[in-house]
Design a protein around this ligand. Sequence first.
Ligand code: PEP
Ligand code: CO
Length: 457
Amino acid sequence: MKEPVQEVLLAEDWSSDSWQQKPAAQQASYPDMSALEETLEQLAALPPLVTSWEINNLRSQIADAQQGRRFLLQGGDCAESFVECTSEVITNRLKVLLQMSLVLLHGLQMPVIRIGRFAGQYAKPRSSNMETRDGVALPSYRGDLINGPAFTAASREPDPVRLLRGHARSALTMNFVRALVDGGFADLHHPEYWNLSWVEHSPLAEEFQRLADEIGQSVRFMETITQKNVGNLRRVDFYTSHEALHLHYEQALTRQVPRQWGWYNLSTHFPWIGMRTADIAGAHVEYFRGVRNPMGIKIGPAMTADWLRHLIRTLNPGNEPGRLVLIHRMGAEQIGDHLPRLIEAVRSTDSPVLWICDPMHGNTETTEDGIKTRRFRNIQSELEQAFDIHARCGSRLGGAHLELTGEDVTECTGGARDLSDQDLKRAYKSTVDPRLNYEQALELAMLIVRKQRALEN
Ligand code: PEP
Ligand code: CO
């Protein structure tokens, strides 16, 4: 791939701490700033979590996806938690992502870029700085990187030591994922490994069974001709991502590397800017414009055409391929009103972008019992509309961004087993947003295939 003009991206007025001159939204207030400084120094001396060549590989794969040659699947928890950094949770999450990607690979007939929302997804934006319960007000929970979820003053106080723990947990997760992937972790053609019992409950049972059978046959066919186990994936076939929210943490892991120009955020392959921190004059955009990682930008209904064009010009002045992924998250009811005008706005820039749909964050609602949930039919509807709108506007939907877990939780309603509001009480584990469970995630992958095939016919 052609290297972009270096001077364009090596802005002279940028440094890894230049964001500190701008207003930073969604940052924690630490009671002891010198303790924070000390911790950041330690963090800056620790080894990074990923390498620049992995990041460059991902950038070139995203550039491919921008040309319509790959599909991007990004998924994982809304927020990882320190206590869930366990063998079982990591394995199950990897398994569902792997299986979804296989469904997509087979169904869309193109390679899939797999990006986990893991190994660092520990910081959360909040709508309010404080949370009040029974007349008691405490700082909001901002993710395990910052404070604890328990509603006590001690737990809610931001603690810098958590930054080191977050880095260590990310490294443990990364290490285990790399080892699993390296070791050929999954025997993908074993029926007991693929749990497809839900398929019979789907109104599309027959179609899905056929798809599942086709995948099984393809896996066996590939193994026969390559004499290799398809489970043996290449080492960096999984990339990591998180919302780069806590800018002190990100800065400590932003480094220069020998024989590469520019700066890399080496805490993750693919950082993204959340919807609440995309202010053009804000600290997050300032930080992002100087790093060479490919990056996601979350785009909600409030995004204007001018704002988006300005973001693209600021973050990708050299029009580098593979650098920008636009993640729209409008909600099933609003996508039709907002996506077409934004596709139009991007067309007038010279920057290549990859459009992907996050059908989760615009579809969150609260049940009568006060439980946060998402309805599968709304998630499905936003995704399907996204395919249609892009096709109609001469654009292409190149991926999906999902909150999911490999566990059997009941956090989103609907899906093949038609979970109800009553079911939510049974296995609701998320401390933040509701996630698709294993079955719902796999079902959604099949629905993506079904939709794409329908568009092509
Ligand atoms: C998220 O991805 O968990 C999130 C908070 O998203 P958004 O910034 O789009 O609201
Ligand atoms: Co979320």
